[in-house]
Design a protein around this ligand. Structure first.
Ligand code: HEC
Ligand code: HEC
Length: 260
């Protein structure tokens, strides 16, 4: 794999500055969205002269559990970090971060993979609803009384990134996308989800956590920058009438070599 040399390089560099040797990036390749969580073992070793105590092993998402049988590593000792990832709700590129904390420093391990829908498996909609039940719900459907921007931050940004700027799911602040859908389409996507592709159904009558009012409150938020984006796009077009845009000439008296 392309990433293998990178992993080796990181290992080498990190082992110079510390005595804990571990892969900075673990690429697990192609895995499937499945009811059975995905499991993987990662080797950690102490190449130094002193005992290393790992104070805690932390992950950001409850879908990823990382455990070690032993937290005190004698010099030369090796231990396995057992990683379990609940793949429900994931689709496409995945990256989960695990942090090992010691007195001296934190060690970050990134587990990467590509998640596919299992052929002949349960429908995605069935699996995705798990994200709205415990133990996932405490973080993923923490929508109580929230609307608009705060609602988006609480339930959508996990996948679509902060303010919809893109994460494991597509960015939603793209002009081309916003232009291609009207409010009915947007409502439909959020309320009913898109079973095949990994967007969960959010409306309560479809098994999701949100009321109709909450789903509706997201529409103006998603469209918040549409006018601004439109104006920016207009600005980018070369102006035919220089008179209308005099400041442009004043602030850039010299033309740049490539004529911009
Ligand atoms: C302690 C709060 C918490 C719990 C509990 C939790 N998550 Fe998450 N989840 C997060 C955070 C924070 C992120 C964004 C950072 C990241 O990706 O780790 C996230 C991201 C995600 C994503 C989108 C990114 C990706 O991995 O594709 C999915 C899907 C997901 N979680 C599924 C689940 C499932 C399934 C469960 C239950 C088994 C669960 N989560 C439990 C906090 C939580
Ligand atoms: C578990 C991850 C996840 C969560 C949480 C999530 N989405 Fe999505 N969403 C996706 C994925 C994956 C797609 C891509 C579907 C596709 O391409 O058909 C998507 C697609 C969309 C689209 C269509 C984008 C396009 O380019 O066609 C919209 C709109 C959208 N989501 C809005 C939301 C809103 C609003 C929320 C919060 C209420 C939300 N999503 C929460 C995963 C998620």
């Amino acid at each position: 794999m392309f990433l293998a040399p990178i992993t080796v390089l990181f290992n080498f560099v990190l082992s110079l500055s510390s005595s804990l040797t571990y892969p900075a990036i673990v690429d697990v390749g192609e895995i499937y969205e499945n009811e059975r969580p995905f499991q993987h073992e990662i080797k950690i070793s102490n190449n130094g002269r002193d005992v290393i105590e790992i104070l805690s092993v932390e992950t950001t998402c409850g879908c990823t559990i990382a455990e070690m049988e032993k937290k005190e590593l004698a010099p030369g000792e090796e231990v396995m970090l057992n990683v379990t990832i609940d793949t429900v709700g994931k689709r496409g590129g995945m990256e989960k971060k695990i942090t090992l904390k010691t007195q001296e420093q934190d060690y970050l391990i990134k587990v990467r993979g590509f998640v596919r829908k299992e052929v002949g498996g349960h429908s995605t909609g069935f699996l995705q609803k798990k994200i709205f039940n415990e133990p996932c719900a405490s973080c993923h459907s923490n929508d109580e009384g929230k609307m608009s921007k705060t609602l988006f931050a609480a339930v959508c940004s996990f996948c679509h990134g902060p303010h919809g700027s893109g994460g494991t799911a597509p960015a939603l602040n793209r002009l081309s996308f916003l232009k291609s859908v009207d409010d009915n389409d947007l409502y439909d996507i959020i309320a009913n989800g898109r079973e095949e592709s990994g967007m969960p159904a959010f409306l309560d009558s479809h098994g999701g956590p949100l009321s109709k009012e909450q789903v509706l409150s997201l529409l103006p938020y998603l469209r918040r920058d549409e006018k601004l984006l439109n104006r920016l796009k207009e600005k980018k077009k070369p102006s035919l009438n220089e008179e209308k845009n005099p400041r442009r000439n004043h602030s850039f008296p010299e033309s740049t070599p490539n004529g911009l």
